[in-house]
Design a protein around this ligand. Structure first.
Ligand code: PLP
Length: 441
């Protein structure tokens, strides 16, 4: 039986086998034993059977490993969690019903009313709203800092109530690449947790834990699923933050009365993810369904192949766009001369890039719309990072709720098109972009 990656008091965390990341995509998380199915089974069950009440009581005590109820853990979901955990190099992961659910749960795992988050302003629009509106209603404030913030700016933004420093590896949609070493050194100096949303990079392109991230979050709805069929999210705990005796993170080092006195630091190094699962997921209930885990896990088995092709196609599109007379500017970190090129080469796996290309059609909203309307092969969808090429106009859709000032802070202009380059034949994608640009006046 596949069990949740928790630190069961005296038990040992299962060690991830040494294998290349490409093999981990295919095989990590599920190791069938003699006579068991080759393919990860779908355990479509809410409940689990035990012979004695004492045995079930031991599970509630975390003194024995096993599944209690699918809201807390499920074998199919755990196998998927283990795969992503292995890819990111963490000590444990927790799958959630969406990327935003994963962010919310991870934040509430350490933040209370009166605490604050320091975040780069170049984050996904939904994240921006969560931070700027919803969390504020519950007394958790966010200080936004521009993506150009220096080390000193970041140090100055962090105060005694800051619990989290938050950023995206590749920002959606500004394409800003965070200087992971710089930001993690700030988090370390101040003793705060660094959360990195690695959705647009994926562990195939960048592994933030290697550069000092403490918590990695994904919207698995994007590249990890890769087929646009399951909304989901995941939290990976690097296990590299010492919560013991730390007054900033009391929730982890004093007895949790809601869990009969459990002290999460006794579960170190998996303290954060153990609390996230047994307390926050128990109470918030935003779990990933076994069926979504089954499908997303299957998608993840080809993540290495897809990311290579996404990056290759994106490079071909970016090169064409950069030389097109109807295009004002292009942002793609694989292009030599792009403002993020050097950071991409420093932090990205050699030969890999995200498949996102952002560009400005010459003119404004009208020209951007004319381009979008003329597309035939690429489709207009509220989604990115799946196998099919798609486009969106963020200013009027995903970021519509933002004020003009906030749009500027997020790096979004009226003529900005976000192109999510798929894994079709690059010639077909380019032909479509060219014919649509030809129709712009
Ligand atoms: N993080 C990033 C970078 C995203 O692009 C998105 C969605 O587009 C999310 C988080 C939210 O994920 P979900 O849509 O799965 O809730």
């Amino acid at each position: 039986m596949i069990l949740p990656r928790l630190f069961y008091k005296d038990q040992f965390i299962r060690r991830i086998k040494i294998m290349d990341i490409q093999s981990k995509c295919v095989q990590a998380g599920y190791e069938p034993k003699n006579g068991e199915p080759r393919v990860l089974p779908l355990y479509q069950s809410t409940t689990y059977v035990y012979d004695t009440p004492e045995q079930l009581a031991n599970l509630f005590d975390l003194s024995e490993a096993g599944h209690i109820y699918t809201r807390i853990s499920n074998p199919t979901v755990c196998a998927f969690e283990d795969k992503i955990n292995a890819l990111e190099g963490g000590v444990g992961a927790l799958a959630c019903s969406s990327g935003l659910a994963a962010e919310t749960l991870a934040i509430l795992n350490v933040c209370n009313a009166g605490d604050n988050i320091v975040s780069l302003s170049t984050v996904y629009g939904g994240t921006f709203n969560l931070f700027n509106v919803t969390l504020r209603k519950y007394g958790i404030n966010t200080t936004f800092v521009p993506s150009s913030a220096t080390r000193e700016d970041l140090l100055a933004a962090i105060d005694d109530n800051t619990k989290i420093l938050f950023c995206e590896t590749v920002a959606n949609p500004s394409m800003h690449i965070v200087d992971l070493e710089m930001i993690s050194s700030v988090a370390k100096e101040k003793g705060v947790l660094l959360f990195v949303d690695n959705t647009l990079a994926t562990p195939l392109v960048c592994k933030p834990i290697e550069f000092g991230a403490n918590i990695v979050i994904h919207s698995t709805s994007k590249y990890i699923d890769g087929h646009a069929c399951c909304v989901g999210g995941i939290i990976v705990d690097a296990g590299n933050f010492d919560f013991k005796g730390n007054p900033r993170y009391k929730e982890l080092n004093v007895p949790d009365e809601s869990y009969h006195g459990l002290v999460y630091t006794d579960c170190a190094p998996a303290s954060f993810i153990t609390k996230a699962r047994v307390q926050m997921m128990r109470d918030l209930g935003c779990c990933m369904s076994p069926f979504n885990a089954y499908l997303t896990n299957m998608g993840a088995e080809t993540l290495h192949l897809r990311m290579a092709k996404h990056g290759e196609n994106a490079m071909a599109c970016a090169r064409m766009l950069a030389n097109h007379p109807k295009v004002e500017w292009v942002k793609f970190n694989g292009l030599d001369g792009d403002e993020n090129y050097n950071k991409a080469r420093k932090y990205f796996r050699e030969g890999y890039n995200s498949g996102m290309v952002v560009f400005g059609v010459k003119g404004g909203l009208e020209e951007a719309n004319a381009f979008m309307n003329a597309l035939e092969f690429a489709k207009i969808v509220t989604h990115i990072a799946d196998a099919r090429t798609s486009v969106i106009h963020p200013a009027t859709t995903t970021h519509r709720q933002l004020s003009p000032e906030q749009l500027v802070a997020c790096g979004i202009s009226d003529n900005l098109i976000r192109l999510s380059v798929g894994i079709e034949c690059s010639a077909d994608i380019i032909r479509d972009l060219e014919q649509a640009l030809d129709k712009v006046n």
